[in-house]
Design a protein around this ligand. Structure first.
Ligand code: GDP
Length: 449
């Protein structure tokens, strides 16, 4: 996501890097580039103006003029202002869910059909159940699509929450009344209400969701919007904002290759905070919105925060700690450890999403990586290690020509693959040594170039 914007800004940064001093001319050039980049990313014009005005004011300020590295300082300004505009200027409380009401706290989800409301209802339910330890009930007021009601039931079950039945024969307001009554009597903390969406905004639909909102008096009325929408996002957001007292935004499909303008525009048009971002169809793809990480990513610096989160979600912490303890004790990283690492990688199903969060030069790779292929390759490599004797695994330097031949035969692969594996192992061993010395931050810097 946000590719063209990040690439464009990276280019500006490179140009600025070579220049020792900030002049009126190069500042003007820089601002023009930023403007083009934002417009190309489908950011609405009023938002572009605001961001530029803020950047200009700060860029002319002391923090950039007189700085030894004006390019770097300017990037800092662009990043900070971008962060502020997409929500960095809000407090943690303003950005988090408001559940400080008499339970059940109602969360109403509104948006166009296909925006990802039902999926988000499931993701939100999982988040509330697992992270916030809440007792959650969901209900669908989408009486136009029976399939939508079933879909909510499925995701609710996956989320470990409860589902309140509804049918297409009922009126949305009656469904809402039944659900809230049930939620009260059974002491639910939260009731998530999924609503109908149409392909285009129409008056009847707006009236219906507005009536639901008046009746339910939700603690949160969240506008669900697809990050892939371009300029249309602005009009859609405006229409919903005018009819509903929105309290926040869920930005979905951030895994797609959108140009990112929607995120900036929607926040500006509605004045409401983006509270969550969804990525992928699985219920685990749901995170609190992090404006700083998002701004870094827009700037092409890679979403390091998101990356670390993804990696920690995927790896087996116990295994990683075991390895860290072993290395600290001065033991060598051997092929057994390498195999354990491979096993973890094989268990990951989000390898491409991890690559996507790395700096720009890796993001291109993400599109080419096929998670299934990675897993297949990992299994093949593990097969080679399994054909080695315990001694060979502990002392890989013993593996010379004749042993290589035997291992290759055992694993059913050409000898070259054994060579390649040993080379990979040596590189990893080398990286482990460096990590032990410099820690994660140094490795990240090495990756960033
Ligand atoms: P609704 O009509 O607003 O309820 O939208 P749905 O929740 O049914 O989602 C529409 C389609 O988008 C479905 O195929 C979902 O699987 C898909 N979808 C929803 N959220 C995401 C997301 O974050 N990433 C991706 N890639 N697909 C999503």
């Amino acid at each position: 996501m946000f590719d063209s914007l990040s690439q464009r800004l990276s280019k500006i940064v490179k140009t600025m890097r070579g220049q020792a001093r900030l002049t009126e001319e190069n500042t003007r050039d820089m601002l023009r580039e930023v403007r083009m980049a934002l417009l190309e990313a489908d950011v609405a014009l009023p938002v572009v103006r605001e961001v530029l005005a803020r950047i200009k004011e700060k860029a002319m300020g002391e923090e950039v003029v007189g700085n030894l590295n004006p390019g770097q300082a300017l990037v800092g300004v662009v990043q900070r202002e971008l962060t502020a505009v997409i929500g960095g200027d809000l407090t943690e409380e303003e950005r988090s869910l408001n559940l400080r009401v008499q339970p059940p706290a109602v969360i109403l989800l509104a948006g166009l059909q296909g925006a990802g409301k039902t999926t988000s209802a499931g993701k939100l339910a999982k988040y509330l159940v697992e992270t916030m330890k809440k007792k959650v009930l969901t209900v669908s007021a989408d009486v136009y699509r029976p399939a939508a009601i079933d879909q909510l039931k499925t995701v609710t079950e996956q989320a470990g929450a409860d589902w309140f039945p509804s049918t297409p024969n009922e009126k949305p307001l009656d469904i809402a009344a039944g659900a809230i009554d049930h939620a009260r009597r059974r002491f639910y903390d939260v009731l998530i209400v999924d609503t109908a969406g149409r392909l285009a905004i129409d008056e009847a639909m707006m009236r219906e969701v507005a009536e639901l909102n008046t009746f339910l008096k939700p603690a949160e009325t969240l506008f669900v919007i697809d990050a892939m929408l371009g300029q249309d996002a602005v009009n859609t957001a405006k229409a919903f904002h005018e009819r509903l007292p929105l309290t926040g935004i869920i930005l979905t499909k951030t895994d797609g290759d959108s140009r990112g303008g929607a995120a900036l525009s929607v926040r500006h048009v509605t004045g409401k905070p983006i509270k969550f971002v969804g990525s992928g169809e699985k219920l685990t793809g749901f995170d609190a919105f992090d404006p700083e990480a998002m701004a870094s990513r827009i700037l092409g610096m890679g979403d390091i925060v998101g990356l670390v989160k993804d990696v920690t979600k995927s790896i087996n912490i116990a295994e990683a700690e075991k390895l860290a303890t072993k290395l600290k004790a001065g033991d060598r990283f051997d092929l057994n450890d390498f195999r354990a690492q491979l096993a973890q990688m094989g268990a990951m199903d989000n390898f491409s999403s991890i690559l996507e969060k790395l700096p720009a030069q890796f993001q291109e790779m993400a599109g080419k990586v096929n998670d299934k292929e990675v897993q297949k390759q990992v299994r093949r490599t593990m097969g080679i290690i399994d054909s080695m004797t315990p001694l060979e695994r502990r002392k890989p330097e013993l593996i010379k020509a004749s042993r290589k031949k035997r291992i290759a035969l055992g694993a059913g692969v050409p000898v070259q693959e054994v060579n390649r594996l040993l080379k990979q192992f040596e590189q990893t061993q080398e990286m482990m040594k460096r990590m032990k010395k410099g820690g994660l931050s140094r490795m990240m810097r090495a990756l960033g170039g």
